[in-house]
Each structure stands twice: as C-alpha cells, then as structure tokens.
Design a protein around this ligand. Sequence first.
Ligand code: GLY
Ligand code: MN
Ligand code: MN
Length: 430
Amino acid sequence: MPDTDLLTLQIDHVNILQVRYEQVLADHGYDSLLISSGAAPMRYGDDQSWHFHGYGPFLHWTGLTGFEHAWLLIRKGRKPLLSLHQPVDFWHASLELGQEPWLSEFELRFSEHRCAPELDKVGRLAVTGDPSLLAEVPGEHNSGALCAALDETRIHKTAYEIACLAEANKLAMAGHRAARDAFLAGASEFEINLAYQLATQQREADAPYHSIIGVNEHAGTLHYQYYDVVAPAQSRSMLIDAGVCYRGYCSDVTRTTAGLGEGRFGALVQGLEQLQFRLCGMVAPGVDYVDIHRKTHQGIAALLSVAGLVNDLSEEDMVSEGVTRAFFPHGIGHFLGVQVHDVAGKPVPPPADAPFLRLTRTLEPGMVVTIEPGLYFIPSLLEPLLSGPLGDHLNRPLIGELQGCGGIRIEDNVVVTDSGYRNLTREAEA
Ligand code: GLY
Ligand code: MN
Ligand code: MN
C-alpha cells in the first residue's frame, strides 16, 4: 500500500473534487452527474477487444484504471456513489479493490450487470462517458459546455495528483536507466523495450502511451511505432520516449543517448539538454507557455549555428524563415495528468507559427506541463529547405552524417509552483 501521506492526500483530493464538481454542476443547472468508466471496444469484424483505457473524469476521481463498466454518481451534498462491475465469469478475472482509506469517502456498490446503477433522487441529471455505453441511461448526455467545464477542473493539480505524478516519474526513470544500459550494451529496439518494461514492472498496454524507442535513423520519426528485433551493426543513437501510469497518473519522459564514439551527435545532445534546462527554468506563474515555445526556436537557432549546421544566417532569420521549424517541427509540450496529453490546454487555438502546440495558456500554480524540445534530421522536412533559396546556408555533409542518428528529444515533467517550478523528472533522476 502507498504511504500514509499519499493516502491522506487522496482523501483531500476527493474532497476538493467534490467542491469543484458541485460548483460546475450548479453553474450549469444540474443536480447530479453520472460518469461511465468506459469499456474496451471490440475490434471491427473480430471477437477480440482493444486494450481498455478508462475515461478521464472517472480516473480523476478514482484512479482505478482497469475497471470497465463502472459508474460514478456525483451528487450535491452527498458522498459519491461508486458502482463496480463484478460479474460471475469463469473466463475473466475481476479486479480486486484494495482496502484503501479513500473508499470510505464513497458509497460503494458491486453489480453483476453492466448497466448504470438504479438512480433515485438525482434531480436534473447530467451523464458523461463513451456514448456507445449510454443508450439506456436517462439524463442529458455529454453536454459540450458541461464537459468543457469538467475538463477545467483538471487544470490545477491537487497535492495528491502531484505526488502521483512524482511517483510515475520515479518509476519511469528506473525504466529509462535500464533502457540506456541496454542500448549501450548493443540491444535491439525490441530488447530495449523489454528492459524498460521489466524495470518499470509495467506491461506496455498499461503504459500511458505506446513507448517510442528509435535507434539510429528511427529516432528521427517523432512517434516511431515499431521495434526492430535485430540490433543494427552500429548503434549510433537512441531516443526513448516512455512513461509509466501510477494510480492513473502518467509520466511522459524522453531521453536521447549518443552511441559510443558519436562525439558530434553527443555534443548536440548536450547542447539541447542545456537549452532544455533553460526552458524548464522559464516555468513560473504568469508565463505564457507560447513564449516558452518561441524561446525554444531561438535556442534551436543558436544551437544550429554553434554546431555549424546552418551558416551565415542570423538566428532571427532562421526562426522567421522556417529553418528552425524544419529541425523542431512539434510543440514544446502539453498538460499532463490522467491523460498524457491532458485536457483543457487550448482555450484558444495555437498561433500560426506553432500549429502543433497543445497548450496555449498562461501558467498558474498547480499546472503540470511537459518541456520537450527536439532537434531532428527528418529528410522530408530538410529536403525542401536544402533545395530552396536558403539551401546554401545548410551544411549538407554534416546533416548527411547526423541523419544517421535520427534526432534528439529531451522531455521532463514540470510542476508550476507558487514561485517557479519543480522538475519531477530531474528529481527522480537524481
Ligand atoms: N509521448 C508523447 C509526447 O511526448 O507528447
Ligand atoms: Mn510529451
Ligand atoms: Mn513524450
């Protein structure tokens, strides 16, 4: 069982959510809200289901990741009612619920049936969850305005949530150390993935997202999704982007390692890490997250210049002419919580110069964000640049050499505190 402090914080967390939810329901004219945990959908034309991932609002309240066909009823002035599905089934096991203190904050029921629990005295009822599971359920389903307001309750993490995210980081870093060791010992992507899973004691399907493990050129595909089972003759680089789910909370960490003898690439990794430290240092209340993204482009320009990858072009021009976008095409990061790309990040769309940015808010205490600059050698993005009017400014031989290392990303999980930031990933690495 987790330590007493965490369990106490969890009770505070539930009480905070009760206050937040009662306010949202009152604001939208509802008396109660029924939340479906979800259920794994079946594969089309098959008798097999996809792996189950629970619905965010249910996880936010309970942290129970594996409970399909569960229901949670939030009511003004009354304990939440948690109904868990426990069928008599000799094909599948039912998950056991640990005897943890937070459960005393709930009215608990078990049901053999998948349907929603009997509801009495619920007044005007709102319902949220996968629409395919709500056909027989009374009430108003998935009101857009209500769901947006519920998403907002997830922006400021409680102390319990931050403790869970810190633990998810600790667990992930054990995996990242094992992955690095496996890579340096000459392992294949597949073997590196096994090393990560063994060290984190987490099957990949239960991770927050499919681990991205790219050796050599594969490190240049942002969300590379395969694993080579054979190691290359020469292991020049490894990018691993992998997290752990702890009590429903996700870590999302990326590390890049240069292979032995890859001095030039190694120097670039160090340069990007220095930039990443500076960007983490910008995290503070009142800072516009878009400014951190823009600062990243300036830092990438400086790095391209120092490394001799781009010559005789000012850093301002590198940014304004889209040179840095070819090397760093994604956003600087996003919110993190019970979903890896947590909700409510974009009250306004991202600016035209940052189309993939998933977070456009001004930072406030309690927010948890990723800071994940990257520098990649992606042929489809570099070729137009090389053949365009700025092509002569690019160092083709060096780009050609480094293309064999794919790319670099360094990603930490950072909490906005009252006066600055707390880097959960570096704490776990120390
Ligand atoms: N692992 C996906 C991301 O970094 O956003
Ligand atoms: Mn991320
Ligand atoms: Mn990531």
